[in-house]
Design a protein around this ligand. Sequence first.
Ligand code: BES
Ligand code: MN
Ligand code: ZN
Length: 484
Amino acid sequence: MALKINYLKTENKKPSNIVLFSDEKFKISSLERYIDKNEISYISDLLKTSDLKKNLLVFELNSKKKIVLVSVKDKLKSSDIEGLGAEFYTRINLGKNSEYSVISDSLKSKHENFLSYFLHGIKLKSYSFNKYKTKKEDRKISINVIGKKNIPSAQLKLKFKALEEGTFYARDLVSEPGNILHPDEYAKRISSLKKDGLKVTIYDEKKLKKLGMHALLGVGQGSIRGSYLVTMEWNGKKNNSKPLAFVGKGVCFDTGGYSLKPARFMEDMTYDMAGSATVVGLMKSLALRKAKINAVGVVGLVENMVSGNAQRPGDIVKSYSGKTIEVLNTDAEGRLVLADALTFTEKRFKPQFIVDLATLTGAIIVCLGSEYAGLFSNDDKLSKQIFSAGEQVEEKVWRMPLHKNYDKLMNSKNADMQNINYVGGAGSTTAAQFLQRFILNKTPWAHLDIAGMAFSKYGGALNSGGATGFGVRLLNKLVEENYE
Ligand code: BES
Ligand code: MN
Ligand code: ZN
């Protein structure tokens, strides 16, 4: 499906379908100049029996012409408007080529930013991944924004386009199957982002060995593909102020290793690199909109496989931090990858804060389902900022506890720590406690467990199912509101 949005000052032909914005109660008296007289009386009649609690009403005047009325409530949050756009898209995405004229002048001037969010919602909802369908749909939807008032400024258009491209890039990566997007291919794709102005550095196995990143390397050692740590730097501030750091889990496929997953849990594990995809998408968005900050994205790319050379339960590895880890369960691999990535990020970049994202535990899905990501943090200020950003873009997070008594559960008899806890319960917290052990210099840090958010089986407010790109818009908002 191709969606095209055009901006026109005036209509050059008689519009087929038109979209008008009315007040909360679908009053159409102020819209008379946009609709023919006989159409007005027809719609007025139908309105008497319509459900006015709806957000939008579609009137089919004849087989070729529809009028869509969108109710614009007085106090709308930006995420409500995005939701309206997505709802509109769902209504018009009905299997035919179609063209809609959106009449911007029908909006009141106090809603000057309305269209930016409305169109953003349409765009986000319209994404689908059909690269591997040999029969391509050639359906087209065109949306012509007509008018002179309330048109998004060039600056706003650029910002939203950057966000859409970053989100779609993340969704593309997450949607790719494991045989295509293995660590070698993934590292190459990230390398191509140099064209957007990012400085990309790839650490391959040889370099990782030299650095002593044996926690990360242990996870990937059973794969015929390489293991990598990749950094992406964006320098949007001329001075050398400390960067904001984003770290992502990039397990391209998670079989569980020798602690093998049962088939029905394994089949989902192509999206176990979603945390890293969010980081990559975010860095792309920041570069595209030339954000006035310094930022760095760091991703650990591995494939967790079974082979004669794979890691065994009980293996003891030495991490980049120097701390030793007893790998009791090879399926608790994300934390091993992140352990090295976190310490490296803190030491190498001395960032203002570190936010990491990972599809880390099934337990967070038991806690929060697909509504909130779990937030774990050593810093109240950063937590509040992330919480608020999440509320605003409808990528919500809920703070979960850390406590030294949970931390104790990760102590091991044979090494400095073990990678799972045997006492049972609080699996997402103990995973986060494990990660916290690799923040060595008290840098403000937040961990987002996005296992329930990265992939949507049935579709959500701003996605039509599949990879969601969760976190790109959230972290962009965090940056925009607090650090730019
Ligand atoms: N990638 C999984 C977590 C996951 C589960 C993500 C479901 C998305 C959906 C992770 O590597 C894992 O296997 N975690 C284990 C940890 C356990 C062995 C302590 C889990 O959650 O069962
Ligand atoms: Mn696992
Ligand atoms: Zn995993």
